[in-house]
Every structure is written in structure tokens, then in C-alpha cells.
Design a protein around this ligand. Structure first.
Ligand code: 0WD
Ligand code: CA
Length: 441
């Protein structure tokens, strides 16, 4: 897989007229009456990255969900004996290994996995079918990109991603390939933020929770929690610790699905699997951490604010899992010191209804202490999915038209170009950027 080239966008500045959902304002009426069609994601293949970020076309990095260890720790930061606390998410921070993000990976791993899947097809017929699947795809990209696109219209910082949405886009044989574009200065800024000791720790908590909740084999999910002996040290790892964190290691799933008018082939990381008691099949599990919320009994006003913030965050959690067909999201709630205080399982498909009914988490109360029902849901999946469908269609049509135009120009000036130049003209890479109209105050 060759790395896409970046061509200048100076000659192309087509602006899209997008319909923006504005559900959070009183005057805002959603332009979307119903959600666009969304096809249940069907798995195409899966692959792994190891500790050294080497890609393997197998499931060696797949983890099994066991759940967090029991809540029976005494909290070391409090003097009086409080209620029980769970895992210390700070554990292992000094051994945290982070992927080197200076090395751009583009879509290479996704394309390589699809290529491998096609080449290892059992029969000629299967191979033909897989090639057909790929030709039919309208958009090939990472799942995280689609999540970002779908939430870009959102105004609240909890419900969207903070970094600007900038993409490289290329159309090849009618298929749109999308990858993230991060300028050198944006990358430096991102690294600076992540290197900040406080942010580093916050980022680590999520990975630490994954380690506590997962094991390498299905058999181990049935083992009791107990401290784990170290190879080189007399000190044991805490119960549940699944191994030190190295973000190079990932297990990724590639699926095909359809969002409105766009057939998607998307790849994304999956944290774990769990054998379903009812179907006997392995179901996908997403793990998240979030700050614990103030109890409504202690401070109803503060609790209401925090719960609304969490509901907005659920939009991102929901989309990310929905797009890849991940059925279950487990959120670990932690305290200020990084101790797990509780966790809650969410069925992905039920999240929109829970948020609508005002009951995403146990005990959501209004300021008078009554169970709270909102008149308007803080978000609706139809808005995010409809908006995403709209952007993908616009980008695909625009880039396809400009690629065609470039190709015609190339045919006209064929003799003057080297084959490498001709290749660049017929498959130019365009820069896409989205700026929210709500950002301009
Ligand atoms: O923004 C993205 N989507 C990027 C993805 C930026 C740079 C790299 N990648 C890579 C990912 O590392 C992965 O190999 O693309 C592949 C697919 O990613 P995805 O599943 O589409 O990514 P996304 O949905 O944004 O994130 C999923 C998980 C995150 O979990 P949480 O629970 O925090 O959402 O992937 C991890 C993270 O655990 N992750 C990363 N790991 C290492 N380096 C990165 C990163 N830059 N971004 C997300
Ligand atoms: Ca996760």
C-alpha cells in the first residue's frame, strides 16, 4: 500500500451548503425527519498490531472481557474508612509505552488487511466476491474519522472532538478514501498536550481500565481475581491487571456497512470480545472511563449538570460503537484520584432511547430531587447520522468530479508528463476541512 500524496487545494475551494441540526436551541428544528438507512455492520476481516507496531493478519491482540476486579480496596487518599473502592487506575503509569504518532500510518493497515483477506480467499468465487465488495465501496476509512464527521456539527465540547476536522481525500475507481490530516503544528500542539503530566495521566486511565478488565484467553475469563506474580519482581501486580499498557498493541475489525447513500468499508479498534450467553457468539465490547458523577442526593443541581455532560459524551460513545457493530459499552467511573468507584454496562442500541427517556444512568434527578425527564433529548442519532451521510456524499461527489476533470486535463497534456506525474494528476489528493458555523461567535 503506497502512502497517499498531498496536492494543493488552492485551485479548489468548493463550499458545501450543509443542513445543520441545531437541536439544543429552542428555535432549532432538526432538518432530519428520520435517521438515514443504516445497515448492520458485517465483518470482513480483522487484524492485530503487536508491541512493536508490526501488523499481523490474525487475532493475536484480541482480548477477552472479564470485567473490573472487585471493589474492596480501602482508599489510600482518605483517612476515614469510606465505601469500598475498586482498581487503582494509576497502577503501571511509569511503564506506560505510547505509540509514536510522528510516524504517519495513513490507511495502509486497513488496505493491507483487505488485500490479505482477498488473496487468502478459499476459492475463486470467494475472491471475486471480495473484490466486488471493495469495488462497490463508496467510502474506505477508519471508523474514528466517520465518528468525527458525524459529530462535527455539535456545539458542546462533550459531544464532539476538539481538534479541527481536516482530511485528505482521494477518489480511486469511484471509491472515496479518507484519512486524517494533521499539520506539523497541530501535531506538535497535540503532542504537547498529551505530554503534559496531568493529561498523560488522564489518557492513561482509559488504557489502565482496559488492562484491568481484559484477559488474553477465554479460559482466563472464568478465573477468580487475585494478585498476579511478576516475572522479575517480588511485588505482585494487582488483581485483574491484564498487563502493562502499550498503545502500539491493537486489535482491529474491518466491517462493511451502509450509511444513507454511502456504502462504507471501515476499520476500527475493538477493545475486547465476550461470549454471549444467549447466542453463544463472541460479541464486541468497548471500554471507556469517565469521571464519577455527584450524587443527586448530595447536590441535585451539580448532579444534573454532570449528568447532562455525560449524556452528551454518550453521543460519541454510541456512534463509535454503532458504526462498527459493537453491541456493548462498559463505562468505568473513577474518582478524582483515579480509583474506580463503579462501572455500568450499556447496550449500544438502547442508548438513544435511554438518553431520550432521561435515564442513561441510575438515578437522574432534577433540582427538586424528582426523577428527571427532559422535553428534548440532548441528541438524536438521526442528526449525527444524517449529517455524516450528507458530508460523505458531498465530499465523494465533489472529489469524483474534480478527479475526472484532472484526468481529462491529463489526457490533453499526456505527452508532457512522466508516468509518475500522470499518476498524481489522475489520483490527486484533496484537502477537506470543516468549520462549524456555530464556532464563529
Ligand atoms: O483519529 C483517529 N481515528 C486515529 C486513528 C488517529 C491516528 C491513528 N489512528 C489509528 C488507530 O490507532 C487505529 O490503528 O487508526 C486505527 C483505527 O482507529 P479507530 O478505531 O478508527 O480510532 P478511534 O475510533 O478514533 O479510536 C479508537 C481507539 C481509542 O479508544 P477510545 O476508547 O479512547 O476512543 O483507538 C485508540 C484509543 O484507544 N486510539 C489510538 N491509539 C493510538 N494512537 C489513537 C492514536 N492516535 N487514536 C485512537
Ligand atoms: Ca476504548
Amino acid at each position: 500500500a503506497s502512502a497517499p500524496m498531498v496536492s494543493s487545494m488552492s485551485d479548489l475551494s468548493v463550499l458545501a451548503t450543509l443542513q445543520h441540526p441545531r437541536i439544543s436551541t429552542a428555535s432549532g428544528v432538526s432538518p432530519f425527519a428520520a435517521p438515514p438507512l443504516f445497515q448492520q455492520p458485517a465483518p470482513l476481516c480483522s487484524f492485530s498490531f503487536d508491541e512493536a507496531r508490526k501488523q499481523w493478519q490474525d487475532d493475536r491482540s484480541k482480548k477477552f472481557y472479564r470485567g473490573p476486579p472487585p471493589y474492596n480496596n480501602r482508599h489510600p487518599h482518605q483517612n476515614r474508612a469510606p465505601a469500598a473502592f475498586g482498581a487503582d487506575l494509576n497502577y503501571g503509569l511509569e511503564r506506560y509505552i505510547r505509540r509514536d504518532e510522528d510516524l504517519p500510518e495513513h490507511l495502509d493497515a486497513l488496505v493491507a488487511a483487505l488485500q490479505h483477506r482477498t488473496e487468502s480467499a478459499g476459492s475463486e468465487a470467494e475472491r471475486a466476491e471480495l473484490e466486488q465488495e471493495r469495488r462497490k465501496a463508496d467510502v474506505v476509512t477508519w471508523r474514528g474519522i466517520v465518528t468525527k464527521i458525524c459529530t462535527a456539527y455539535e456545539q458542546s465540547p462533550e459531544a464532539r472532538f476538539s481538534d479541527p476536522l481536516e482530511l485528505n481525500a482521494m477518489v480511486l475507481d469511484g471509491t472515496l478514501y479518507l484519512e486524517e490530516y494533521t499539520s506539523a503544528s497541530a501535531m506538535a500542539e497535540k503532542q504537547r498536550k498529551e505530554d503534559d503530566p496531568k493529561m498523560l495521566r488522564m489518557g492513561y486511565y482509559g488504557y489502565s481500565f482496559e488492562s484491568y478488565c481484559t484477559v488474553d484467553t477465554e479460559e482466563q475469563t472464568r478465573e477468580p481475581f487475585r494478585p498476579i506474580p511478576h516475572k522479575n519482581s517480588p511485588v505482585h501486580h494487582p488483581a485483574g491487571w491484564g498487563g502493562d499498557v502499550n498503545t502500539n498493541v491493537q486489535w482491529c475489525q474491518v466491517v462493511k456497512t451502509k450509511l444513507g447513500n454511502n456504502r462504507l468499508v471501515i476499520g476500527g479498534e475493538v477493545d475486547a470480545v465476550q461470549r454471549s450467553a444467549s447466542t453463544g457468539r463472541e460479541e464486541l465490547v468497548e471500554l471507556k472511563t469517565s469521571m464519577q458523577m455527584t450524587s443527586a442526593h448530595r447536590n441535585p443541581a451539580k448532579a444534573a449538570v454532570e449528568q447532562e455532560r455525560f449524556e452528551k459524551k454518550l453521543l460519541k460513545f454510541f456512534l463509535q460503537s454503532y458504526l462498527l457493530g459493537i453491541g456493548k459499552i462498559v463505562v468505568g467511573f473513577r474518582d478524582y484520584h483515579g480509583f474506580l468507584t463503579t462501572h455500568q454496562e450499556f447496550e449500544t442500541l438502547r442508548i438513544p432511547r435511554m438518553v431520550r427517556a432521561g435515564q442513561p444512568i441510575a438515578g437522574r434527578y432534577d433540582q427538586a430531587g424528582k426523577p428527571m425527564i427532559r422535553e428534548q433529548s440532548v441528541w438524536e442519532p438521526k442528526d449525527a447520522l444524517g449529517f455524516g451521510d450528507q458530508i460523505l456524499s458531498f465530499v465523494r461527489e465533489t472529489i469524483a468530479a474534480h478527479s475526472d476533470a484532472a484526468e481529462e486535463k491529463q489526457t490533453a497534456a499526456k505527452e508532457d508528463l512522466t508516468s509518475e506525474e500522470a499518476e498524481k494528476v489522475s489520483h490527486p489528493v484533496f484537502r477537506i476541512s470543516y468549520k462549524s458555523p456555530f464556532d464563529q461567535v
